[in-house]
Ligand binder design. Structure first.
Ligand code: C2E
Ligand code: SIN
Ligand code: SIN
Ligand code: SIN
Ligand code: FE
Ligand code: FE
Length: 412
């Protein structure tokens, strides 16, 4: 038996580790991995609750993974169940109680829930012991359910989950729920930031942000496919990139309307202020390191850098005067060039200019497509990464499709 002091130390450590992760999807994956390691469970799945339903988010299964390689994960991608007694997870979501079942095929007459055999039938996997518990916030709100399957003893035999572990698991579940709630709030705040930027500058941000996000995802896929990057990695990156690229100009909310909406060319001083939208946006993401935040940081910061080193803002000096993550930034010159510019910055540079040139702005008319394409070709190796210009022309049909999907008012 594990010694209680040791378990306590381990569980406190797990709780701390969990609260570091900010991206919702990464967090769910991490919660499941840590809980399975702690209980030595062969498999497990995690569900998120929304409007009285449980949405399946993520499953891990060592046995199936060993048999089928990566396909083990793909058996069922998205489905949902009602939060009621027709399944174990549903019961847990409905009541907020933990259940510990030694053998799901030998449920007593008196248990209120039933075992849903679909997963076993579909996968050929044999579920036996189950420990299912709610992810419940201190306000008693149930955010989801974690289901651990088939505990193993030291020899790899399937055994029941240890009832002595239950209080520790409950403690861990509380930390996980707090971290999950915070990550979901962050996602909510990002979506609100986008809506706010849209209200501030409806002409130039509404459809523009959607298009730039979608263009960036397509350009990345075209760029990455011939480079031996796995399909799963490409899908995951596209998702993050699309959302992060939508935020490329979020720093413009801090720029005065007099400049932002000036119906004429900016003078030199005005343009110097306008350039600050890069690091004013980036600093919102500077104090955290989830994949999403890192992407949003570099995109906001570097989408106006140029391949030839003539862009802005260049290397930025960050200040955190109070040491509390309230980051300020000051332009320091020395623009980045070539591959010093983050890949995502090089992608969004093309996506943003393609969209800006093709659209009417308060300071300019839309260009016709011939002019736009000629400029992008001419700017290969000057403004733009030559590989990205190649990806651009390979993707052109898809890019035109996106423009149709998110038209400007003036296109209608
Ligand atoms: P934006 O309108 O989204 O434009 C993004 C980028 O597309 C510009 O970055 C520039 O690289 C390119 N671009 C857009 N229109 C033209 C054009 O007519 N000719 C050329 N050569 N390139 C064009 P840039 O220049 O760093 O500007 C960043 C942002 O600053 C712009 O975003 C816009 O919000 C603002 N801005 C730039 N110039 C003016 C201006 O003369 N008047 C006003 N009111 N805003 C401006
Ligand atoms: C997200 O989960 O995609 C956004 C939240 C974050 O990672 O900060
Ligand atoms: C990052 O989010 O990875 C960069 C933030 C920083 O440099 O402070
Ligand atoms: C660029 O922003 O460098 C491309 C647009 C142009 O030069 O006309
Ligand atoms: Fe910009
Ligand atoms: Fe833009």
């Amino acid at each position: 038996m594990k010694d209680a002091q040791h378990i306590l130390t381990q569980i406190i450590y797990l709780g701390q580790e969990i609260t570091q992760v900010k991206d919702v999807d990464l967090l769910l994956e991490k919660i499941l991995t840590l809980a399975r390691n702690f209980t030595n469970a062969d498999a497990g799945s995690i569900y998120v609750k929304h409007n009285h339903r449980l949405f399946f988010k993520y499953a891990q299964n060592d046995s199936i993974q060993k048999q089928h390689g990566d396909h083990g994960k793909l058996i069922y991608s998205t489905f949902s169940l009602p939060a009621d007694n027709t399944s174990i997870a549903g019961y847990v979501a409905h009541t907020g109680r933990m259940v510990n079942i030694p053998n799901v095929y030998a449920l007593g007459e008196d248990v209120p829930f039933s075992f849903d055999k679909t997963y076993d039938v579909v996968t050929g996997y044999k579920t036996r012991s189950v420990l299912a518990f709610p992810l419940k916030t201190p306000q008693e709100e149930i955010l989801g359910v974690l289901q651990l399957i088939n505990a193993k003893d030291g020899n790899g035999n399937i055994v029941a989950f240890n009832t002595d572990d239950e209080p520790f698991i409950m403690y861990f579940a509380n930390s996980a729920a707090i971290a999950l709630e915070r990550a979901q709030l962050t996602r909510e705040i990002i979506l609100r930031m986008l809506r706010m930027a849209e209200m501030r500058d409806p002409k130039e941000t509404g459809a523009h942000v959607n298009r730039v996000g979608a263009y960036a995802a397509v350009l990345y896929e075209t760029w990455a496919s011939p480079r031996g990057i796995s399909k799963e990695q490409i899908e995951k990156t596209k998702d993050i990139l699309r959302m992060a690229a939508m935020l490329h100009d979020v720093g413009k909310v801090a720029i005065s309307d007099l400049i932002l909406k000036k119906p004429a060319r900016l003078n030199v001083d005005e343009f110097e202020i306008m350039k600050q939208h890069t690091f004013l946006g980036a600093r919102l993401f500077a104090d955290s390191h989830s994949e999403f935040d890192v992407a949003a940081f570099y995109i906001a910061l570097e989408h106006h850098e140029r391949w030839d080193g003539m862009g802005y803002p260049g290397t930025v000096i960050w200040h955190d005067p109070f040491g509390v993550g309230a980051v300020y930034a000051k332009n320091s010159g020395t623009p980045k060039r070539g591959e010093e510019i983050h890949l995502y910055g090089r992608i969004v540079a093309v996506a943003d200019v393609y969209d800006a040139l093709s659209s009417k702005r308060c300071y300019k008319d839309a260009w016709n497509e011939d002019q736009v394409l000629r400029t992008i070709r001419e700017e290969s190796g000057r403004h733009f990464d030559p590989d990205m210009v190649i990806a651009f022309f390979k993707s052109l049909d898809a890019l035109r499709g996106i423009r149709k999907q998110y038209p400007d008012d003036s296109d209608l």
